[in-house]
Design a protein around this ligand. Structure first.
Ligand SMILES: *Cc1c(COP(=O)(O)O)cnc(C)c1O
Ligand code: SF4
Length: 447
């Protein structure tokens, strides 16, 4: 039996990729420069099974994992290119840093406003934004089998934003969840928690397996491993242990959901991905799927419709289509809200009702997840019909509101209220919540 040892290439091994794969000469040098500026890591599986090397550089899997020159503005790129091939390491580093700092590393003030506080102590590596779900960032899960070029967490991959995590925080996590009885869901996220060894994941879950807090119902794991390294679930050294751990979680009475990130239908079509999904399903793991809509990668209704169909066929549940966030090389990837709505609708029309569990296009903005639910004309004014599917104040959930139509806008903060309204209905309350949270944080001990 052949076995696949995990292997990832980074900027340091770019030369090897050039030799092993068929990158056209005319894009090679420019790519090498980009890969030294934007976080770059790609698994052998993506290189061997997902990228269509006859379609470079347009291939969506290539665009998804290889930083492209177009992600950097022309002038800056020309300067970087020059410094790189002049071997001016210091100059290059400085220029690259400037670029990183221009990329909005803290989208939607998450670090402050989503902080989890226990006994006047801010818990690092945790976020609690919506009543029912706590996010947990295990320190050993802060990278991924490959990196998505559009990722909004790139700041942490290059050390601009550290998410330090002391191992004792696993006790605080348990305590926090037990005491906050509105919490029904614990979501492991990253990076990708599935890069962790099973034994490490098990350590974080130990207390939860010993005694289930009455309020905690669902354990979720956010991952792109099914797309980037499906061997994780059947061929890694500790794959069998991982599956046994999943069985244990389910046996303890939790609903276990893998929140799987799939960007393109091609990721679902390999025998490896199918095998991994089958194995997970066979032990009762639920798989829900989500991804952002990204120009150059999946900006096509056919891709989404095909993806959702494949997912349902394999027993996975389509969950969210996201709007690309307001961070990173956004101008390269962004799709205006009006176009995103069109793409979603075209895809949504041509699929079975079984696929229509998906919601979107949805923006994960600071007040909440806001989806574009329609484009309408009311009293002769063209408007976006928006709706909270998730919110800092649960009273807002499932509420619709209206913004003036704008065919260029691509994020909530670019929209203004329709009908000459002064502000959106949630703004005053949102400011109160913000102020209250900041006061709480100020009263916490520095930790
Ligand atoms: C999306 C998200 C969640 C989970 O929301 P669901 O709609 O329940 O999937 C939880 N916390 C944060 C910060 C999120 O962005
Ligand atoms: S898998 Fe997720 S966390 Fe990792 S690079 Fe892609 S989007 Fe970012």
């Amino acid at each position: 039996m052949s076995s696949h040892e995990f292997k990832a290439y980074t900027k340091k091994s770019f030369d090897k990729i050039k030799h092993l794969y068929n990158i056209p000469k005319y894009v090679e040098d420019a790519l090498e420069v980009s890969a030294n500026v934007i976080p770059f890591r790609v698994s052998s599986y993506v290189l061997d099974k997902l990228i269509d090397w006859d379609n470079i550089p347009e291939d969506p899997m290539f665009q998804l994992t290889f930083p492209q020159p177009g992600m950097i503005d022309d002038k800056r790129f020309a300067e970087l290119y020059d410094l790189y091939f002049k071997n001016d390491t210091q100059g290059f580093k400085q220029k690259a840093r400037n670029f990183h700092l221009s990329m909005n590393p803290h989208p939607a003030n998450q670090t402050d406003l989503n902080a989890a506080v226990l006994d006047k102590r801010i818990l690092s590596g945790m976020q609690h934004k919506y009543d029912e779900t706590v996010l947990f960032f295990p320190s050993q899960g802060q990278l991924c089998h490959s990196y998505c070029t559009y990722c909004f967490r790139w700041a942490q991959f290059i050390g601009l934003q550290e998410l330090k995590f002391a191992s004792r925080e696993k006790e605080s996590l348990y305590e926090y969840i037990k005491r906050n009885t509105t919490v029904t869901d614990l979501l492991f996220t990253g990076g990708d928690p599935m890069v962790m060894k099973t034994s490490i994941l098990e350590r974080y879950l130990e207390a939860f397996l010993e005694e289930k807090p009455g309020n905690l119902e669902n354990i979720r794991i956010g991952t792109k491993a099914l797309a980037y390294w499906p061997y994780r679930f059947f061929e890694d050294k500790d794959s069998d242990d991982l599956i046994r751990l999943f069985e244990k979680i389910i046996k303890k009475g939790y609903h276990l959901a893998l929140m799987a990130h799939f960007s393109h239908n091609r990721e679902l079509e390999t025998p490896e991905a199918v095998k991994a999904i089958r194995r997970l399903k066979s032990v009762g793991v639920e798989i829900r799927t989500q991804a952002p809509l990204i120009r150059h990668v999946n900006n096509s209704p056919e891709v989404w419709a095909e993806m959702w169909k494949q997912q349902v066929k394999l027993g996975a549940v389509p969950y969210y289509m996201f709007v690309e966030r307001d961070t990173g090389p956004k101008s390269y990837f962004e799709v205006p809200l009006a176009e995103a709505y069109e793409t979603f609708t075209k895809a949504y029309k041509n699929i079975s009702g079984l696929c229509r569990t998906v919601r979107g296009p949805s923006m994960s903005a600071s007040p909440g997840k806001v989806m574009v639910d329609g484009i309408a004309e009311i009293n002769n004014e063209k408007v976006f019909v928006l709706k909270f599917v998730q919110a800092r104040d649960t009273d807002w959930v499932n509420k619709v509101f209206f913004a003036k139509f704008d065919d260029k806008a691509s994020w909530l903060d670019e929209l203004v209220p329709a009908f000459n309204g002064e502000e959106f209905f949630f703004e005053q309350r949102y400011n109160e919540i913000k102020e209250k949270k900041l006061n709480l944080l100020n009263s916490c001990s520095a930790h």
